[in-house]
Design a protein around this ligand. Structure first.
Ligand code: FMN
Length: 340
């Protein structure tokens, strides 16, 4: 209501730019490798652009930008859901400008539609979802839940292969080998040390989310090179389910889509009470990535290993990992004055 008693209506333009800025801010909840948050959003009068931030790429462990694109894909999926939940339909153009490799996606041709209740539920899951690196409990993951998570991946154009017992044992030795290779490389060690010692920076991994000692698990979790302060308890990952997120191609467009599939899978898992942890060291080391490829019988390319399980209900899990403030990742300079 305005001061003179008239109803103040926002112009369609300002409604749109406000919705775009809010969707970009909401996308800040997305997971990213080492919590690098390697994205920057640009709000335009009629579109939202997703750019990479070169400074936050893991140049030693991810020189090709595979994990960077997967992380940005997760943020893209979050933004898509945030718009759908608010009743906006958008067309997504991935890698729309070959002359600008930093531009990963443009959300464009926006129009009004009914708010999507499924998207609303997924948006609620965004602020709940988190990475819990403790061993999972002995409670089995319901088969139906795995099926629903796999369907969420397929709906985003990816595939999820659940590993059988022999493949989990092979994964265990492969993950152990990847950790050894990474621990022996001084550049990789320095990179990990940087991203695990950034308290207060809004990026990286604080001690509270890292296990205080290596959890007793069949498949070794990533060795972060330093103990954290998260109590892990005596549990073992006996009931954990391991799966390979994979797809047909090994290029930027497919990595971006893999990130969208990861977000869909993880938010679905959160809704179903299933804890998920990605394991990416095995994908970072070329030799172990090749072993994963063989597990897929050469059909397709591995993007990430996912551990799924039911978190220990008796003890509090880790706190939420911090995020950069909205204004550090969302650039609204092109629409200043236009926003409601
Ligand atoms: C592409 C990608 C790779 C990741 N790899 C690992 C990993 O190897 N080990 C791990 O413990 N967490 C891994 N994570 C989880 C991130 O560290 C986590 O999402 C980030 O720190 C933000 O924390 P949150 O998920 O609790 O919000 C990965 C996440 C993404 C998106």
């Amino acid at each position: 209501m305005g001061r003179d008693g008239k109803v103040v209506t926002m112009s369609q333009d300002s409604q749109l730019t406000t919705a775009l800025a809010e969707a970009a801010t909401t996308a800040g909840h997305a997971p990213s490798v080492h919590n690098t948050q390697p994205w920057r959003w640009r709000v335009l009068p009629d579109a939202l652009e997703l750019h990479t931030v070169a400074d936050r790429q893991l140049t030693a462990s991810d020189p090709e930008g595979r994990l960077l694109a997967i992380s940005c894909g997760a943020a893209l999926h979050h933004a898509r859901l945030a718009l759908a939940a608010e009743g906006w339909r958008a067309v997504v153009r991935r890698l729309p400008d070959p002359s600008d490799p930093s531009l990963l996606a443009r959300l464009t041709d926006l129009s009004r539609t009914a708010a999507d209740p499924d998207a609303m539920r997924m948006v609620q899951c965004m602020s709940v979802r988190h990475t819990d690196r403790r061993p999972v409990s002995d409670e089995p993951v319901p088969t139906d839940a795995i099926g629903e998570i796999a369907r969420a991946v397929t709906a985003e154009g990816g595939r999820l292969q659940v590993l059988d017992r022999d493949q989990v044992l092979e994964l265990a030795s492969t993950a152990g080998h990847a950790d050894t290779v990474e621990a022996e490389d001084p550049e990789l060690r320095a990179e990990l040390a940087y991203w695990t010692s950034r308290a207060g920076a809004g990026t990286g991994l604080p001690a509270e989310v890292l296990p205080e000692q290596p959890p007793q698990t069949t498949v070794p979790a990533r060795d972060f090179g330093r103990p954290g302060s998260l109590p892990v308890g005596p549990g073992h990952d006996r009931a954990a389910v391991y799966a390979l997120l994979h797809g047909d191609e090994d290029e930027r467009d497919s990595w971006l889509r893999a990130g969208e599939a990861l977000s869909a899978a993880w938010l679905t898992a959160t809704r179903l009470g299933v804890s998920m942890v990605p394991l990416s060291a095995v994908v970072e080391v070329p030799g172990t990535r090749q072993t994963l490829r063989q597990m897929l019988a050469g059909i397709g390319y591995p993007y990430l290993v996912l551990r799924m399980g039911i978190a220990d209900p008796a003890h509090a899990g880790p706190p939420h990992t911090p995020r950069l403030a909205g204004e550090q990742v969302v650039d609204t300079s092109a629409v200043r004055g236009e926003r409601a």
